[in-house]
Design a protein around this ligand. Structure first.
Ligand code: MGD
Ligand code: MGD
Ligand code: SF4
Ligand code: MO
Length: 709
């Protein structure tokens, strides 16, 4: 049997590791990290090893399917591409023709950020639909980061990246890169980079309500009560300003407004709310100011909670005011070879240009919070969502009150999904269109090179040939856009139609080559000659030149964020005033072998000890008369689930944790990708009414009660 060695890339998380693959007989039979990759340096994790399990999965969709029947009685029948694309275009066009263009809702899931075709062609297809009912996984994830980046730096993706390789003090809040491999910080090989940080005398400090895998390798870990980090960060700013420890760059305006805003936020007040002692808060602030180079970094635990935008704003203020912004070893901006920010491939962002119809939630950057999707489907009237198209997503498991969303999907006139699998969401679709898998398509990480801890570029041609009768995602987008346009009663002008056709007919490779050409840092030819990737060097200072704000200033006085301070004050005062009783706060968690709501069909990722349990401090168990391992009932305002509880000293008292992406056995329907993985969905407990000011869901810090089942 002929065996060849080919370079590939993992698309399962933001670390974008380079891979060395063994291909035998048209199948990938071996996966290793590529030591020659200038960014990932040979790193690989269990998920990367399991990458071929997706391509080889007998349960994966290989042909489009049409649903026959409803609910538990549904059957899925394979159909040809032409029929599937026509059915989908008919369904979308019918809704738009009969009820207007907002009758089409779209939802984009996480893997869109990991597929080149989604950026080069998916965005254009969605634009051509011109619906205001656009939703994505961003609003259960990083909208606060984007909102703050847009306000402070002028572009939603101008996000400061920790210069982890040169910092000496790394303060991490609400992130677990030892499991997640980093987020909004493309940092393959995080474990080794932390060891290097410590070897050069640097320190990592972690604030998290769970003693996570990252906390365990840190120099210091402190528990923080969920949802109170904003108070801690404001108190740190308070200390820095009070003690004259600030040195902001000249292009920063509004320090006085920050001083006023944090005047009342003393360490004592933050301590009462968070449980982190006031002296520790003072010490952390002073250490931050005194470090040679320091980074404050906060991720999911900070953005998906009640005060996500305040947290991200305060983090930017801390980095700016301590002089750690745009400086080696602080936070810096990438200079990507294919610059989606500078070239305007992704828009800068805008806010409240329209609002959701039912709740009046403001859009951000053209998207509404996914927490309002259910009510937009269920509430009759003009602009009601009647048809839904999902792209690589599973909102039934990944968005708040997913159980109610699943019921709402049943009421749609039409639903289609572009997905590799029948999952808890796509099983409600009338048609599912499965694209090729990551190993079968070309890849360039337009998004993650722009968020990486080092400037590199890498073009990865498809490892496996496109199977006969398969379609790439970008080809599906092209066909759908054109077929829908052809069916509209009010079609786009001839000129716009020609432009759309031209735009969608070029391959992703051609788009990338053009971007590289205009960026002038490398060329497609150079990347073809170096499939392991091209090193463009460490991050460099780029400020204020790279700012996209008027006058190239960073204005700290962001009304939207500062306007949220009274709400934080009320929250903190309530905490002090009301006894918690038997209430616990629910947070999420990730495991290095889980991948959001999919990959649970891979035997090698799911064998071993189960990891779906509710983690709870032993004293909290004892206080409720519960036994370790018992089945418990967990109830929130929104719903309840029954699951196994596991005692864990790693939990802060008063806090419990469930992973997300579980709960595959819904309504007695056994889905292809469900195997036998036990566990319930945390998002049957999370609450669509709990939002950050940005509209991002507050998935963490959900009040729950736990009782014997
Ligand atoms: N409570 C709680 N909820 C959370 C989170 C949390 O921490 N706590 N995390 C949130 C976060 S950060 C995120 S990003 C979301 C994720 O939420 P979603 O994006 O809605 O869900 P995923 O589980 O990523 O589902 C991805 C789907 O895409 C399909 N897919 C995979 N690759 C491809 C591909 O190449 N093409 C196509 N067309 N489909 C593909 C998979 O089969 C799967 O069905 O979940 C969020 N939900
Ligand atoms: N193995 C694996 N890797 C992944 C993913 C995956 O599913 N599995 N998903 C990918 C995706 S889509 C994303 S967005 C990233 C996310 O990457 P991370 O943000 O690093 O991942 P999380 O594990 O969600 O980390 C959130 C942390 O916040 C803590 N936390 C919860 N609430 C609070 C709070 O109020 N305050 C503080 N201080 N901490 C809090 C939690 O205990 C948890 O440790 O991971 C990516 N990488
Ligand atoms: S760290 Fe992320 S990119 Fe690297 S192998 Fe694991 S899942 Fe893939
Ligand atoms: Mo995410």
């Amino acid at each position: 049997m002929a065996s060849t060695r080919t370079l590939g890339v993992c698309n399962l998380c933001e670390a974008i590791c380079g891979l060395v693959l063994t291909v035998e007989d048209g199948r990938v039979t071996g996966v290793r990290g590529n030591p020659d990759d200038p960014l990932s340096r040979g790193h690989i994790c269990p998920k990367g090893v399991a990458l071929p399990d997706v391509t080889d999965d007998p349960d994966r969709l290989r042909r489009p399917v049409r649903r026959e029947g409803e609910g538990a009685g549904a059957r899925w029948v394979e159909i040809g591409w032409d029929e599937a694309l026509d059915l989908t275009a008919d369904g979308i066009a019918r809704a738009v023709n009969e009820h207007g263009r907002d009758a089409l809702g779209v939802y984009l899931g996480n893997p869109n950020a990991h597929s080149l075709g989604s950026q080069t062609h998916g965005i254009a297809m969605l634009k051509s639909f011109r619906t205001r009912n656009k939703f994505s996984a961003s609003s259960v994830d990083q909208v606060p980061h984007q909102l703050v980046a847009w306000q402070l730096f002028g572009h939603q993706l101008l996000i400061p990246v920790p210069d982890i390789d040169r910092t000496s003090y790394f303060l991490v809040l609400g992130a677990n890169p030892m499991a997640s491999n980093g987020s909004l910080m493309t940092v393959p090989d995080f474990p080794q980079r932390v060891r290097e940080l410590q070897a050069r005398g640097g320190r990592m400090v972690v604030l998290d309500p769970r003693r996570t895998e990252t906390a365990k390798v840190a120099d210091e870990h402190h528990f923080v009560r969920p949802g109170t980090d904003a108070a801690v960060l404001l108190a740190m700013l308070h200390v820095l300003l009070a003690e004259g420890l600030t040195a902001p760059p000249s292009y920063v305006e509004g320090v006085q407004a920050v001083r006023l805003a944090v005047a009342d936020w003393t360490p004592e007040r933050a301590a009462m709310a968070s449980g982190l002692p006031a002296d520790e808060i003072r010490r952390l602030a002073r250490e931050l100011a005194a470090a040679d180079a320091a980074v404050v970094y906060g991720r999911m635990g900070l953005s998906t909670q009640g005060f996500g935008s305040l947290c991200q704003w305060a983090i930017c203020c801390l980095n700016l005011l301590t002089g750690n912004f745009d400086r080696e070893g602080g936070v810096m901006f990438t200079e990507p070879a294919a610059d989606i920010v500078g070239r305007g491939i992704v828009g800068r962002g805008h806010w409240d240009v329209w609002r959701s119809r039912v709740r009046g939630a403001p859009e951000f950057a053209g998207e509404l919070p996914v927490s309002v999707l259910r009510e937009e489907i269920e509430t009759p009237g003009d602009g009601q969502v009647r048809a839904l198209l999902t792209l690589a997503g599973n909102p039934v498991l990944s968005t708040p009150d997913g159980a109610s969303l699943a019921r709402a999907l049943e009421g749609l006139d039409f639903m289609a999904a572009i997905d590799l699998y029948l999952n808890e969401t796509t099983r409600h679709a009338d048609v599912v269109l499965p694209p090729t898998t990551a190993l079968e398509r070309d890849q360039y990480d337009l998004v993650f090179h722009a968020l990486a801890v080092r400037n590199t570029a890498r073009w990865t041609p498809a490892v496996l040939p496109k199977p006969v009768g398969a379609m790439h995602d970008w080809e599906i987008y092209r066909e759908l856009a054109l077929r829908v346009a052809a069916r509209l009663q009010k079609p786009p002008s001839r000129r716009r139609l020609l432009a759309l056709r031209a735009r969608l007919s070029v391959s992703p490779r051609t788009v990338v080559a053009g971007l590289l050409l205009s960026g002038r840092r490398t060329t497609m030819r150079a990347l073809r000659a170096h499939p392991e990737g091209v090193d463009l060097g460490p991050l460099r200072p780029t400020m204020p030149g790279r700012l996209q704000t008027p006058g190239k200033k960073v204005r700290l006085a962001v009304d939207l964020v500062l306007g949220d301070l009274p709400r934080l004050a009320r929250h903190v005062d309530d905490l002090a005033a009301t006894p918690t009783g038997d209430e616990l706060l629910l947070i999420g968690r990730r495991h290095r072998s889980d991948n959001n709501s999919w990959m649970h069909n891979s035997p090698r990722l799911t064998r071993g000890r189960p990891r779906h349990q509710l983690l709870m401090h032993p004293d909290d168990l004892a206080a409720r008369g519960l036994e370790d391992g018992a089945t418990v009932r967990v109830a929130s305002r929104v719903g309840e689930v029954a699951t196994q509880v596991q005692a864990s000293d790693d939990m802060m008292r008063g806090v419990v944790s469930l992973p997300h992406g579980y709960g595959h056995q819904r309504d007695g329907v056994r889905l292809a990708h469900a195997r036998t993985v036990p566990g319930v969905s945390i998002n049957d407990l999370t609450d669509p009414e709990r939002l950050d000011v940005s509209g991002n869901a507050a998935l963490n810090g959900v009040p729950v009660r736990v009782t014997p089942a």
